[in-house]
Design a protein around this ligand. Structure first.
Ligand code: GLV
Ligand code: MN
Ligand code: MN
Ligand code: MN
Length: 406
């Protein structure tokens, strides 16, 4: 890849990231106005490059260069266009625009491929607006998504979806969901510190941890902060704090590598002089063995059950579960050889973050390429990767696509 191509990749990244200008971090929550503008921009770049663009019912965008010899064999590459709230500049987007850059480089240097190459910009992966994750890749792979689910403002997935997807119907775009590919490759930032700490340039992903997400609802009694005696309160927030701290220690006791995160909490009425009567909080927990996750899920239910009092009741609802995923060995070793040939230092590692690849791996041979995250930071505005590392990831991807499709 030349300096001009690197500049183009950087320029495209900044164009999309510029859509959240003036905000804290990136806020491309699925089907939001910023998400629509981003997906429209990706479509325009694809059309400019002469790719055949289609958009499905969920707003996932597919951009094909049809193969000259085996057009029905599809080598797919891509990632997601959405972000978490106050997210970073590379999570998801790098895989989409890095894929576009690789395709552009291949068209310039090698012309049309023998097999079809398909760039996919998945509509949603993060589970940050609606209570489900990976809805873009789930829809592509024919898994059910609950259309009636609502966001915190009460807007249904179905209504948000219809509205947003209607706006992707640009001239030259077909409305369709294409068939499944023969392979899928996702280029992504590592989102953790392992590569950067060991000064390695490339990570090749062996597996993706299983994850489960829950909402705990605590109902107490709202009352006056000054007149209600301390021993007669049914304080829902105090109970939430007790539950969180007990679960945090139980997780650590069970397995010190099991992750436990409470990232979201709603307190009602959320006023300084009222005892909280109602609280909800999220739990995100992950590990590389189902057995440990099963045990911890049992502990969550048990701890919540054991902490019921006459006036405070708590319930747990699990709304997302994904199993540990093993990625394709052959694609991994092919990429390992390419990385070695290009002189990139690398390691093979499991991913602690969830990815569309774990959904794609259920239906097709799937592999992932990681590049380092500076300071291991992700899902935050400080998320960053050096230009040299962005470049190395795209170069490896380009060679992998060349090997698979030409
Ligand atoms: C999604 O990126 C997740 O791993 O939470
Ligand atoms: Mn991601
Ligand atoms: Mn993410
Ligand atoms: Mn992810």
């Amino acid at each position: 890849m030349t300096t001009t191509q690197l500049n183009q990749l950087t320029h495209r990244l900044e164009t999309i990231n510029g859509l959240s200008k003036g905000e804290i971090g990136q806020n491309r929550l699925v089907y939001s106005p910023t998400w629509v503008s981003a997906q429209q921009q990706v479509i325009k770049w694809g059309l400019d490059l002469g790719l055949q663009v289609s958009v499905d019912d969920f707003g996932t965008t597919y951009m094909d260069i049809p193969g000259t010899v085996h057009p029905d064999q599809v080598i797919a590459v891509g990632s997601h266009i959405d972000t978490v709230a106050q997210g970073g500049r590379f999570d998801g987007l790098y895989g989409v625009l890095g894929g576009l850059q690789a395709i552009e480089d291949l068209l310039e240097t090698a012309g049309r491929p023998k097999k079809t190459i398909r760039l996919i910009s998945f509509s949603e992966e993060e589970g940050s607006r609606f209570p489900d994750t990976f809805t873009g890749s789930k829809h592509y792979t024919n898994q059910k998504v609950n259309l009636a689910m609502t966001d915190p403002d009460g807007i249904s997935f179905e209504n948000a979806r219809k509205d947003a997807v209607g706006k992707l119907n640009l001239p030259g775009v077909t409305h369709a969901k294409p068939g499944l590919p023969s392979t899928f490759t996702e280029l992504h930032i590592e989102q953790g510190p392992r590569l950067i700490d060991r000064q390695l340039q490339i990570g090749l992903v062996t597996a993706i941890v299983g994850q489960r997400r829950f909402t705990v609802t605590v109902k107490g009694i709202a009352n006056h902060a000054g007149t209600t005696p301390m021993d007669e309160r049914a304080d829902a927030l105090e109970m939430a704090v007790t539950l969180i701290s007990e679960l945090r220690s139980r997780a650590h006791e069970l397995n010190k590598n099991l992750t436990f995160t409470v990232g979201e909490m709603h307190v009602s009425p959320n006023t300084s002089n009222v005892i909280p009567g109602f609280v909800t909080f999220s739990i995100d927990t992950r590990y590389s063995s189902e057995n440990v996750l099963d045990k911890f899920e049992h502990i969550i239910n048990q701890v919540v059950e054991q902490n019921q009092t006459t006036n405070i009741t708590s319930t747990v609802n699990r709304w997302a579960k994904s199993d540990v995923t093993h990625l394709d060995d052959q694609l991994l070793s092919a990429n390992q050889k390419i990385a070695d040939r290009l002189g990139f230092s690398s390691t093979q590692l499991a991913s602690g973050a969830g990815h569309d690849s774990q959904i794609m791996a259920k239906v097709t041979r799937t592999t992932m390429i990681f590049v380092p995250s500076i300071n291991g930071i992700s899902h935050a505005p400080e998320e960053n990767t050096s230009k040299e590392d962005l470049l190395r990831g795209v170069e490896l991807l380009t060679e992998s696509l060349r090997q698979q499709a030409y």
